[in-house]
Design a protein around this ligand. Structure first.
Ligand code: UDP
Ligand code: MG
Length: 313
């Protein structure tokens, strides 16, 4: 098997047949074997049914059917694990990422042996200014504090060579921030710009809150800088309070000024209380992840893995 297309699907009932046709069309000129590895991530619509219909076609199709929704990260992990190809492409089912680009990615890897991965990044993005501001801030922060490089706009739409896939699979951590993992394993990645199409059917599963949580995930997974910031904030407030203490003592002893302080005290208590809670929260984020990771629960649970009969024995 030369190529595996790994396709995470969550409620993509209408897109699956379109996606399949698009792949068949765009890979017509492929002079190699390829398989489709679909991961049904606990869809609540007819996605699984639509996937099973594809099994009668003439392309090798594998379906990993999750027992519930585990999220795209888990779906990608499962897809990579079940893939058999020497090259593996991760691609969305909603046709925002054209299969023809995946075809070109494979060709790029074939002619450029110095690269182990071709990754698409979104060249143009039509999104609201606020969102783009938050995204820019995220990339600035994470690149400043983390040793791992994060390329702005880089998507999960990538084609890997097998050794890189094996490296990614070695990282079986529960909280997966794939953009970071792909970069952390090293290897040479070629970034190519692409323009995301409109979704063929359905809506994106990303809300602002989800994106925010995902960003926190990225930061907590790839840097412990927030813990250091908590420490330094604590140190700074301690130093400031010692200075203030000296000021108050000097005022009282040498200038005879009685320090009136209801407002000051209230403000300080609230400020310090806030800082303390924030720092505990930061520590909590790390401890919570340690706790969940130590439980060693699997990244996903598959009810079944179905393979059609187009696989060569
Ligand atoms: N997806 C998934 N599990 C989820 C959410 C999404 O497998 O919990 C799949 C989805 O079916 C699609 C891909 O991940 O194939 C990208 O999702 P979406 O289109 O919602 O994200 P966007 O393109 O807006 O980044
Ligand atoms: Mg999409």
């Amino acid at each position: 098997m030369k190529l595996s297309l790994v396709v995470p699907c969550y409620n993509e009932e209408k897109n699956i047949p379109l996606f399949y046709e698009a792949v068949k069309r765009d890979f017509k000129k492929a002079d190699y074997d390829y398989e489709l590895v679909f991961v049904n991530d606990g869809s609540t619509d007819g996605t699984f049914k639509a996937l099973k219909k594809l099994c009668v076609g003439d392309i090798p199709v594998k379906i990993v059917n999750f027992s519930r929704n585990f999220g795209k990260e888990a779906a990608m992990y499962a897809g990579l694990k079940e893939s058999e190809g020497d090259y593996v492409t991760v691609i969305d089912a909603d046709l925002q990422q054209k299969p023809s680009i995946a075809f070109d990615m494979v060709r790029t890897l074939e002619v450029q042996p110095e690269f182990d991965c071709v990754a698409a990044y979104q060249a143009e993005r039509s999104e609201r200014k606020v969102l783009s501001f938050f995204k820019n801030t995220f990339y600035r922060l994470i690149n400043k504090f983390s040793d791992t490089e994060f390329v702005k706009g880089a998507s999960d739409f990538r084609t890997f060579r097998r050794p890189m896939v094996e490296a990614i699979l070695q990282m079986d951590e529960y909280f997966r921030f794939s953009k970071g993992l792909f970069s952390w394993v090293g290897f040479n990645t070629k970034f190519i710009p692409y323009i995301a199409e409109e979704r063929a059917n359905g809506t994106s599963k990303w809300s602002f809150i989800k994106l925010f949580r995902y960003a926190v995930e990225g930061i907590v997974s790839f840097t412990t800088a927030p813990l250091k910031i908590a420490t330094y904030t604590g140190l700074l407030t301690s130093v400031l309070s010692v200075i203030y203490l000296l000021v108050v003592v000097i005022q009282k002893l040498f200038c005879g000024i009685d320090v009136e302080g209801y407002a000051t005290i209230v403000v300080l208590i609230l400020l310090l209380g806030g800082i303390q809670l924030m720092c505990i929260g930061i520590i909590g984020e790390y401890i919570a992840r340690t706790y969940v990771q130590t439980k060693g629960r699997p990244i996903y649970i598959a009810k079944e893995v179905i393979k059609n009969d187009k696989y060569k024995q």
